[in-house]
Design a protein around this ligand. Structure first.
Ligand SMILES: O=C(O)c1cc(=O)[nH]c(=O)n1[C@@H]1O[C@H](COP(=O)(O)O)[C@@H](O)[C@H]1O
Length: 255
């Protein structure tokens, strides 16, 4: 479902932008004391301002979990709000895989209850930590090459990112286009990954605050399907709508 929704809204909004609703309540400047309302109203405002210019929203659960029960409720209601008021697909950025039985429990929540269109997953535990999601017919984004400096500890060593791309590609064939891959904007390995990646969509975080070079990334991915995520650079900017339009135009201008 994610992929179809993405293709449709990408055309309609002419956009490759994924806005990251990393809504850290400590950075939200409204004076609302009720944490739930503070986060939910902030998100609603961002969605109202940006929904004509994005192709997906990504909610990183860390920023909701840190606010406890009220944060989780704000995450659930934000998902519902986006679903009820827009056609924009939602990625839940949870990076959670586990032994089969536990992965099933996570999938019960993120897919059955929250109705995510896609979920980010860490592939370290292998196939049976991912398939409970795929069997529920949900799309997943598998971490292949992360944007953080410490990606050099494992992922960049012994070309692990190549193995992870192959692993994802095999799953994508088996589960008919339910798999995408996360590759950070801060690396220069897209060309190598492109050789293996037949038709998986890229989720590309790491521009803006993390220093990824948009122009360089675009040169390497323009022949693939891709979404570029920006979180802090949009939601905590002075004018989120202006920031999204600027990013959308910069991307489209670089293609
Ligand atoms: O899976 C992700 O989305 C992700 C993978 C990665 O390698 N690097 C990365 O930054 N992310 C997420 O993308 C978002 C980036 O946020 P900003 O740096 O504020 O744009 C955060 O939610 C990160 O957790």
């Amino acid at each position: 479902m994610f992929y179809k929704k993405y293709l449709k809204i990408k055309e309609k909004n002419n956009s490759h932008v994924c806005v990251g609703l990393d809504s850290d309540y400590k950075k939200i400047s409204n004076e609302e004391k009720d944490l739930y309302k503070r986060i939910y109203d902030f998100n609603k405002d961002i969605v109202e301002k940006t929904n004509k210019h994005v192709c997906c929203y990504k909610l990183n659960s860390a920023f909701y979990e840190k606010a406890g029960v009220e944060g989780m409720k704000a995450m659930e209601d934000t998902v519902n709000y986006i679903k009820e008021n827009t056609e924009i697909p939602i990625i839940l950025d949870v990076k959670r895989s586990d032994i089969l039985n536990t992965a099933k429990a996570y999938a019960d929540y993120f897919v059955d209850k929250l109705q995510a269109d896609s979920v980010t997953l860490n592939p370290l535990m292998g196939r049976d930590s991912i398939t409970p999601y795929l069997e529920k017919k949900v799309h997943v984004f598998i971490l292949v090459l992360t944007s953080n400096p410490s990606a050099s500890d494992f992922i960049m060593k012994n070309d692990l990112y190549i193995d992870l791309t192959n692993f994802s590609q095999v799953l994508n064939k088996e589960f008919e286009n339910q798999v995408g891959i996360v590759v950070g904007a801060t690396n220069d390995k897209f060309k190598e990954i492109n050789k293996i990646n037949e038709n998986m969509i890229y989720l590309i975080p790491g521009i803006g605050a993390q220093g990824g070079d948009l122009k360089k990334v675009l040169e390497q991915v323009k022949d693939k399907e891709f979404v570029i995520n920006s979180s802090r650079g949009v939601i905590f900017s002075e004018d989120p709508k202006k920031s999204v339009i600027e990013l959308k135009n910069n991307i489209n201008g670089g293609l």
